[in-house]
Design a protein around this ligand. Structure first.
Ligand code: NDP
Length: 373
């Protein structure tokens, strides 16, 4: 791993070369390099669901300064043993899905990061909240707005924080586009295009079972375009229209959406036009068009490097490991009460769920659906 000093030396040239960079947000983005001299509070996290994304988060957390992986909750004993060895997790911080309520009496765990199939987030969040631990839930926060509201209520009642794994809210190029938009550098925003999709493989996986996923591509990947439309435009939509198409009725059955095109209307008159799909690769693009300029991020939400340009030139920020930065920032939110540029709390997750509910409803009725977020 590069030392912090060497890393900063390597990137200093690009700070000077790009005149429109926000130095504060730019420097903020380097907190993904472990600061070994840090001796402030550290968020001690247990990961629930030791699958593909859980592993990515655990690996990324090795470089965190303010967050530390200290525990696991899993239904697979062999994974627990392997994680204990790999991440140095003590036996007393290991739980399964039957006994994890007893995490309540474990003073060495502050938060649980839920990284299980979507439909399991709600019940897990409520149990974690009842155990008095902060909740971080992967996206989608749950599978509908009603469940999302229950999660928010449970966390509020237990006086714990509820955050959602919106890693793009901490990504430097994304934040720079938002700074430019907020500073009026693009002028009035008129249009956003969000394309989010990939070709899904194994037809037996949980993502293609409604009882586990709560839906199809929209829940999984389309949510990036929904969330992106909101943070790129910087406002909340007031209506939605949507159309669904299917090329494979056998694979995408039982309430699993394959491809949905949807449009969001904003109070200013700006419109977002988005595509969510499980049947096309190379679909990861945000485009913002405004009176005085534009911003393009492509790829826009993958693990990176994110690439971006605006009418003023390339966004020349270095790549950061999203999950490392996310977890350090979430530690600051939970332990220090800091506010991120774009929220990652339960209310933020709920807004996306309300839009997803409205998209499904618009497909069913064929009509424009009003939104009140
Ligand atoms: P995986 O299938 O790879 O892992 C899910 C894990 O959840 C399993 O390994 C298992 O872990 C646990 N689990 C508990 N109950 C079940 C069940 N009934 N069926 C399957 N697994 C179960 O999924 P991902 O890691 O890809 O996705 C998990 C969550 O993370 C989803 O909500 C997804 O949307 C989100 N995600 C977010 C990403 C992001 O960039 N923010 C990227 C990818 C996913 P164990 O054996 O330990 O119990």
């Amino acid at each position: 791993m590069k030392s912090r000093r060497k890393f900063l030396q390597n990137i200093t040239g690009s700070v000077i070369a790009i005149p429109f960079l926000s130095k504060i947000e730019y420097l903020e983005s380097f907190k993904n390099i472990k600061d070994r001299s840090y001796d402030g509070p550290v968020l001690r996290v247990a990961i629930m669901g030791l699958g593909s994304y859980g592993t990515r988060v655990a690996d990324a957390m090795k470089d965190c300064t303010k967050a530390k992986l200290v525990g696991v909750i899993s239904g697979t004993p062999s994974k627990i043993t392997a994680w204990q060895a790999k991440y140095n997790i003590p036996e007393k911080n290991c739980y399964n899905y039957e006994n994890y309520d007893s995490i309540k009496s474990n003073p060495d765990i502050d938060a649980v990061y839920i990284i299980t199939p979507n439909a399991l987030h709600k019940d897990a969040a409520i149990r974690v909240a009842k155990a008095g631990k902060h909740v971080i839930s992967e996206k989608p926060m749950s599978i509908n707005a009603k469940d999302g509201q229950e999660m928010i209520a449970a966390c509020k009642k237990a006086n714990v924080k509820l955050l959602v794994g919106y890693r793009m809210h901490f990504e430097p190029k994304t934040l720079e586009v938002l700074r430019m938009r907020k500073d009026g550098e693009f002028g009035k925003v008129l249009f956003f295009q969000g394309l989010s999709g990939f070709q899904i493989g194994d037809p037996t996986q949980w993502r293609l079972k409604r009882e586990s996923s709560g839906g199809g591509a929209m829940m999984d990947i389309g949510i990036y375009s929904i969330n992106g439309a909101r943070y790129m435009i910087g406002d909340e939509p007031i209506w939605v229209t949507a159309q669904e198409t299917k090329t494979n009725k056998e694979k995408f059955k039982g309430g699993i959406d394959e491809t949905i095109q949807f449009q969001l209307g904003f109070p200013s008159g700006a419109v977002a036009s988005c595509l969510s799909t499980y049947s096309m690769n190379n679909l990861d693009r945000f485009f913002l068009n405004a009176e005085k300029g534009f911003a393009e991020l492509q790829p826009s939400t993958g693990y990176g490097p994110i690439k971006g340009k605006t009418n003023k030139g390339e966004l020349d920020y270095p790549h950061v490991t999203h999950q490392t930065v996310q977890m350090d920032r979430m530690a600051e939110i939970i332990l220090e009460g800091k506010q991120p540029t774009v929220p990652v709390d339960g209310e933020e997750g709920l807004k996306d769920l309300k839009i997803i509910d409205a998209i499904y409803s618009a497909i069913k009725s064929g009509k424009k659906v009003s939104l009140s977020l």
